[in-house]
Design a protein around this ligand. Sequence first.
Ligand code: NAD
Length: 365
Amino acid sequence: MNKKNTTQNEYKIALLPGDGIGPAIVNATAKIINKIATQLEFKVIFKSAPIGGAAIDSRGCPLPDETVDLCKSCDAVLMGAVGGPKWDNLTGNMRPEKGILGIRRELGLFANLRPAIVYNALKAASPLKDSILGDGIDIMVVRELTGGIYFGKRRSVYRDEECIAAYDTEEYTAYEIERIARVAFNVARKRKKMVCSVDKANVLDSSMLWRTTVQRISKEFDDVELSHMYVDNAAMQLIRNPRQFDVVLTNNMFGDILSDEASQITGSIGMLPSASIGSSSLGLYEPIHGSAPDIAHLNIANPIATILSASMMFRYSLSEIEAADRIEKAVIKFLNLGYRTKDIASGSEVALNTDEATNYILDLI
Ligand code: NAD
């Protein structure tokens, strides 16, 4: 993979804090990254830029050109979250979320990786029974991000200003399916070497193309086991027997729904990271949660989803596997020692604030 860093072991990371709790959790994660960099003797240069509501306020649009240019000049992008009541009345291209869709498109990020992990120490937070959770769950949903029905031809038909019909089109080319399939198989190679491809090939032509293309690409990865599942069954199996899954590969719309379902079985939104990657090593890493305006500026946000996003950044963009492993191990130790932030504390457990949690994780690295 082509790294943009000129000096070996020096990485430029774009920080896009965004809105609400975004700045606090990105700031916490930058401290973790700095500590890892010192320990493993590489250098990190952070460059910050506005996105979302913060960019609307300071630059007049949710994704200024300077933010795009900065991200393109970096090795990886770490983002907080965007949005909040202040910008809820804005419409169209002025909505804060347009910043996220725009930066993904500008960077050519066609694959979204979302792990859903139920940690042993947090099993009580999952809505699933102990007998189903076993010794924990670790699923990676690989979702196609730039094609399919969200980007296909669409139309609304109006009569007397009333919408009387509408359509959206699910459309994929073999090329789009090939490249996301390769991402999934490569991810599986670093895990349990199983890919379950989810489609609706019993009904949809686009899903038939999906299935035959994934089958063809699987021949390049004969060390990875491929299975297929219809999406309605997959939605059911995620609840009935989630431990059967390793990597779940699916299209944009099915992935949108299934990754949210998978995240809910973990029971802790403040714990879940994500990665958006493309065909170069440059990727965008962010927590799956939003800007949590209800707790902004209270110093109680859980920073772990963003810290684990940094771990994914080390693994998938910077190829610093030791750094990724150290972060994950520190988070697991933190949980096993019984440390909790407010969102994951139950019963009489004492909740740490954002700064305290970050400091404990720093100590455990
Ligand atoms: P949210 O994820 O921001 O919050 C949902 C609930 O989870 C809230 O009670 C919040 O306090 C809690 N929560 C979320 N992250 C937490 C954390 N790290 N620690 C502790 N608690 C946490 O979702 P929402 O309330 O539906 O949306 C709020 C804003 O965020 C909206 O403007 C929405 O558009 C935006 N949003 C942005 C993104 C993104 O930037 N990727 C994603 C989803 C929502």
